[in-house]
Design a protein around this ligand. Structure first.
Ligand code: KIV
Length: 308
């Protein structure tokens, strides 16, 4: 059913595919991507959902939180991912400030993700007013993914980047938000940094696929940030991150080896250089030495393509 690297006849992942995966208990694999090469990598690896997350603010744009990233930056990244992707469902993450103001503003920005970047769906954070925004966007024909628990766009109000739902009161609030987003028609909901036992208790109420990140093993799927799972991001990694590679270390090793070889004269080697016919070279040398004046027959400036 879902896309796997070995599948030669992969079908595009659709919303019914995801609902069916939940129904049959097949885990949904979601990952972020922010550019064309990372999109090609996740396509080839056979994931089900690709999120152009606003985590791009920190992983690729160098901001110190997800708050500053804007619509134009997100659209440029999402369009690059679209060009590298065919099979997974592509979700654009609505950045902070792009949907809070009004339903109309939220719908207009969601439409930009679909029209300008080719996204299949959008994601927005929190319950409360975001439930109205989600409903309005869905009514406008664009599928919406919800996001509850630790919502990084409002991390300051939540007391920082830490697990949510560790008290009965806060767990109930997360449950209410998730159920409201489900009732609004979200096709999936991300649970971030929620105690596994809270997720487990809530899952029987969830008809919509739940994708966890630091929410335990009882969700319908998992999501990780591309740069975290591959070890590209140099910053602090959250407890829920598992590193599957040390790509940053490999990149530093590669660039350092190149620098060493340039400095020691090993690079470029014979296999990296272009050759020239010896007669042409001799003529060129003669030109440099002014041994063959223009028009002498041996060499003419007319032989050169000087352009218009
Ligand atoms: O922006 C992001 O990468 C996310 C995922 C962590 C779900 O929202």
């Amino acid at each position: 059913m879902s896309a796997r690297p070995q599948d030669s006849n992969r079908k595009r992942i659709s919303l019914p595919t995801l609902a069916e995966m939940k129904a049959t208990g097949e885990p949904i694999v979601m990952v972020t991507a922010y550019d064309h090469p990372s999109a090609q990598v996740v396509e080839e690896a056979g994931v089900d959902i690709v999120l152009v997350g606003d985590s791009a603010a920190m992983t690729v744009l160098g901001y110190d939180s997800t708050v500053p990233v804007g619509m134009d930056e997100m659209l440029m990244l999402a369009a690059a991912v679209r060009r590298g992707l065919t099979t997974p469902l592509l979700v654009g993450d609505m950045p902070f400030g792009s949907y809070e103001q009004s339903n109309e503003h939220a719908v207009a920005n969601a439409q930009r993700f679909v029209k300008e970047a080719g996204c299949d769906a959008v994601k927005l954070e929190r319950g409360g007013a975001s439930v109205d925004r989600a409903r309005a966007i869905i009514r406008a024909g664009i599928p919406v993914m919800g996001h509850v628990g630790l919502t990084p766009q409002t991390a300051t109000a939540l007391g920082g980047y830490k697990a949510q739902g560790k008290t009965a009161g806060r767990a109930s609030q997360i449950a209410e938000e998730a159920l409201a987003l489900q009732a609004a028609g979200c096709f999936a909901i991300v649970f971030e940094a929620v105690p596994a036992a809270v997720t487990e208790a809530l899952m029987p109420r969830m008809e919509t696929p739940v994708i966890g990140i630091g929410a335990g093993a009882d969700t319908d799927g998992q999501v990780l940030v591309f740069h975290d799972l591959l070890g590209i991001f140099g910053g602090h990694a959250a407890k829920f991150v598992k590193r599957y590679a040390d790509v940053r270390g490999e990149m530093v090793r590669g660039v350092a080896a190149y620098a060493d070889e340039v400095r020691s004269g090993v690079f470029p080697g014979a296999e990296h250089i272009y050759s020239i016919d010896p007669a042409e070279l001799a003529e060129f040398r003669a030109y440099l030495a002014h041994e063959a004046p223009p028009g002498s027959g041996t060499f003419s400036h007319a032989d050169w393509d000087w352009g218009p």
